[in-house]
Design a binder for this molecule. Structure first.
Ligand code: SF4
Length: 383
C-alpha cells in the first residue's frame, strides 16, 4: 500500500463524521480561549496552496486504491460496511489516510471539511484556489464546510464570502459560545457580541449556511442568567441555520480549571445547566434555526427541533426532566453518561433502569456520595 500521507488535524464537528478532512491551516491562530485545550502548546501555521493541493492529489490516489480494492473483492467499486471494517481492522496494511478515505467514500464521498480552527484566516484568493482544486479533482463533492472565528469572518466582505460560496463553501461553523460580552471577555474568546452578530449576518447574507455553537454551563454560577439571555439576544439577531449546543466540561488542561481551583469560577450542576438551557430556548424568538444537541456532552440529546414550531416541544423535554424526582434525575444522568440511555423514555425500560440502579449502588458502596465524580469522569472520557 502507498505510504505517502496527507495531513489531517485533530477535530471536526460531529455533523462532519463522514466528511473528508482537509487541513488548510495547522492549529488555532488565537489559542487563548479558557475552556479549550485542543491546540494548547501547538504553534499555528498556514499551509501553502501548493501543500494543500499535494494533499488533495494524495487523497485522489487513495480513492483510486480503495476503489481498486473494492473491485478486487468483487464489490464493483462500491464501499460497503464489510470493506470499511476490513480496512479498519488491519491498520498495519491500511494506513490512516487509507482509512479516512474509505470512511469518506462509505459516507458518499460528497462532503469535505477544511481544518483546523480558523480556515478563513487564509487569504480569500488562496481559499478560492483550494476550493477550485477540490472541485476539479472531486467533481462529486457537493458540500464543503469549515470552522471559522467570528472575528475573522467579520473582516471578510460579503462579496468575498459570496465568491467562496459560489465555489462550494456551503457551511461555516462558528464557536459563538456566548453572546454575553462580559463572559466573552472572561473566557478570552477575543471577540465581542457585536462582532459575532456582524460575522453571522455576513455569512447569511452571502448565502452560506451558518452553524453557531453555544456552550451551556459556560457562565458558571456567577453569570448563567446573562449567558443564556444575551446568547439568545445575539442568536435572535443572526437567525443562523443551526444552533448547536456543546456543554462545558472543564479538564485540567484547560486554563479555566485554575479558576475553578481558586474558587473564582463555580461550575453549574447538570440540573442547573438544564435550567440555563431552558432560559436560552425560552428567550430565542423570531428565528428559523434548527436546534441540535448532537454532542455526547449534552445531557438531553432529544432537545432538538426547528424554531419556531418545535420550541414548545423542546421546552417540554426539559420540563419533563426537571419534574422527575431527584433519584430519577440522578439515574438518568449516570445512565446517559454511561451510554445506557439516549432519551428520557429509556428510563421506562426496566432492564436498563435496573442496570443503572445497580451501577449507582456500586458507586455508593465504593465511594459514598461519589455519583457526581463518577458522572464527571465519564464526561471527561468523551473529550
Ligand atoms: S478559537 Fe476555537 S480552537 Fe481556538 S482557542 Fe478558541 S475555542 Fe479553541
Amino acid at each position: 500500500m502507498a505510504s505517502a500521507q496527507f495531513e489531517q488535524g485533530p477535530i471536526r464537528p460531529p455533523s462532519e463524521a463522514y466528511s473528508l478532512l482537509l487541513r488548510v491551516t495547522r492549529n488555532c491562530p488565537w489559542n487563548r480561549c479558557e475552556f479549550c485545550h485542543i491546540y494548547k502548546g501547538q504553534k499555528f501555521s498556514l499551509r501553502t496552496v501548493d501543500e494543500v493541493k499535494k494533499d488533495i492529489d494524495l487523497v485522489h490516489e487513495r480513492v483510486s486504491e480503495v476503489k481498486a480494492l473494492s473491485w478486487e473483492r468483487g464489490m464493483g467499486g462500491e464501499i460497503p460496511p464489510s470493506l470499511v471494517n476490513e480496512i479498519f481492522n488491519h491498520p498495519d496494511r491500511y494506513p490512516e489516510g487509507f482509512r479516512s478515505v474509505a470512511l469518506w467514500l462509505y459516507g458518499g464521498g460528497k462532503t469535505v471539511f477544511l481544518q483546523d480552527a480558523n480556515s478563513l484566516i487564509l487569504k480569500t484568493g488562496d481559499l478560492i484556489d483550494i476550493l477550485t482544486y477540490v472541485r476539479e479533482r472531486f467533481p462529486s463533492v457537493a458540500r464543503i464546510t469549515t470552522y471559522a472565528r467570528a472575528k475573522t469572518v467579520a473582516r471578510k466582505t460579503v462579496e468575498e464570502l459570496r465568491d467562496l460560496g459560489r465555489l462550494g463553501l456551503s457551511r461555516i461553523h462558528i464557536g459563538l459560545e456566548t453572546g454575553y460580552d462580559r463572559l466573552l471577555d472572561y473566557i478570552q474568546k477575543g471577540v465581542t457580541a457585536r462582532e459575532h452578530i456582524q460575522a453571522g449576518r455576513n455569512v447569511k447574507e452571502a448565502g452560506i449556511s451558518l452553524s453557531e455553537y453555544v456552550m451551556p454551563g459556560l457562565g458558571g454560577k456567577g453569570m448563567w442568567r446573562q449567558h443564556a439571555t444575551e446568547t439568545a439576544r445575539v442568536l435572535n439577531q443572526i437567525d443562523p441555520d443551526f444552533i448547536r449546543v456543546r456543554t462545558l466540561k472543564v479538564l485540567k488542561t484547560m486554563p479555566l480549571y485554575q479558576k475553578i481551583e481558586s474558587g473564582e469560577f463555580v461550575p453549574l450542576t447538570d440540573d442547573e445547566i438544564v435550567m440555563e438551557e431552558r432560559l436560552l430556548i425560552q428567550t430565542l424568538e423570531g428565528i428559523h434555526s434548527t436546534f441540535a444537541s448532537d454532542h455526547i456532552l449534552n445531557l438531553l440529546e432529544e432537545v432538538e427541533g426547528r424554531f419556531p414550531e418545535d420550541k414548545a416541544k423542546m421546552l417540554s423535554v426539559i420540563d419533563r426532566y426537571l419534574a422527575l424526582p431527584e433519584s430519577e434525575r440522578a439515574n438518568f444522568r449516570l445512565g446517559r453518561r454511561a451510554g445506557v440511555y439516549r432519551s428520557l423514555d429509556d428510563l421506562s425500560n426496566g432492564e436498563l433502569h435496573t442496570q443503572v440502579e445497580m451501577a449507582m449502588d456500586r458507586i455508593e458502596l465504593q465511594s459514598p456520595g461519589g455519583l457526581d465524580r463518577a458522572v464527571s469522569d465519564l464526561m471527561e472520557s468523551f473529550i
